[in-house]
Design a protein around this ligand. Sequence first.
Ligand SMILES: Nc1ncnc2c1ncn2[C@@H]1O[C@H](COP(=O)(O)OP(=O)(O)OP(=O)(O)O)[C@@H](O)[C@H]1O
Length: 305
Amino acid sequence: MGSDIAPALSLSGIDAGYDGRPVLRDFSLSIAAGEVYALLGANGAGKSTVARVASGLLLARRGRVVLGEGGGPRGRIGLAPQDSALFPALSPRENVDVTARLCGVPKRDRSAAVNRALDLTGCGPRADQPVRTLSGGWKRRANLSAALVGQPRLLIADEPTEGVDAATRGVLSIALRETAKAGAGCLLISHDAIFVADTADRIGVLAQGRLLAEGAPNALLHRAFGSARLLSIRLTRPASDLAAQWFAQAGLSASEDGLEWRRLCEDALAIAQMLAAVVDGEDGEVAVRRPGLDDLVAQLSQAPS
Ligand SMILES: Nc1ncnc2c1ncn2[C@@H]1O[C@H](COP(=O)(O)OP(=O)(O)OP(=O)(O)O)[C@@H](O)[C@H]1O
């Protein structure tokens, strides 16, 4: 993203928390117009707190929140919260229409704006039945449509893919990409590493209220892991003493429950071949894969900050 583009969101030097307990300390983040920025991090890292500060739901004790060019009205933020903000007795179309009114979309443009927002998430086939009768995936689509109807300059989507299937995930990814292409900045909060890898231009990894890494997903993965591969062995019951000895000698570490053994290394394939017969004898499975964003989050969250 070019630095000449005005940020859709700029947070600088933010201190924020709850009941006097700090969560974010001297926290800064900038999202360009046209950019999808994903915040990743373990449970409790502070991701939703960033979203609350950005959307004005939580007041920062210190620091600056600047929206759009010099800061736009709050109506220009579209918020798709983690817990759906829809009226269960109304249909997606009626819910999106209510949000359009609240955002101040003029009456003459409202029907087109509602249709456009429903189309963006592919919500059309379920647009006219009560939200309470919809499955989780369709509710997620409707939730995002409501956030999009005001054509926000900043879209904040908190866990938009929680509990959705692969097809819906694909549709929601395209909806976010289209929204960014139309010039909005998107703050995406997600534990869904596949969705983030498909959707985000940049990611930030948050731990204990601090950004530990920031950059394009592939660049961050390359920086963290280079050409190393992740070797993992999955067992249905803890390894026998002899197998455990083999795994430990090959440099693998066991998970807490003893059912998974892992090692990140350059020669993962060779080690997997060497251990194949031992794993087979334990009735287990061995796999070698490229480390992903969830591995990056786990690695950074474990490292002392
Ligand atoms: N309303 C609240 N009152 C008090 N403490 C809160 C409140 N909301 C969040 N917290 C605390 O603030 C910290 C950060 O929470 P936050 O919800 O921002 O994390 P998160 O990264 O979004 O987590 P998750 O992935 O589980 O949604 C946690 O320790 C949490 O317990």
